[in-house]
Design a protein around this ligand. Structure first.
Ligand code: FES
Length: 84
């Protein structure tokens, strides 16, 4: 069960009850911008400071190095992220 540490905040456990990282963050009342929820728009873009994520579907939105899209990914390892 990977831990998701939010920079400047406490960590949450990705326990498999949420289908994506975005949903897991929302379940813990953490506010993340979103629009399409399918990897198209890039609105949910967050920084990945540590660890690895896996995309459920290859996203079409542009993602810079060190960023990821929580709407269509799950953590592969413990991760640390920064929500803009
Ligand atoms: S909400 Fe559109 S890419 Fe994540």
């Amino acid at each position: 069960m990977p831990n998701v540490k939010i920079s400047g905040n406490s960590a949450i456990a990705f326990d498999g009850t949420a289908p994506t990282l975005l949903t897991a963050l929302e379940q813990h009342k953490l506010q993340v911008n979103f629009h399409c929820r399918q990897g198209y728009c890039g609105a949910c873009r967050c920084k990945l400071l540590q660890g690895e994520v896996q995309y459920l579907n290859e996203p079409l939105a542009f993602v810079r190095k060190g960023e990821f899209l929580p709407c269509c990914s799950i953590p592969l390892t413990d991760i640390e992220i920064e929500i803009p």
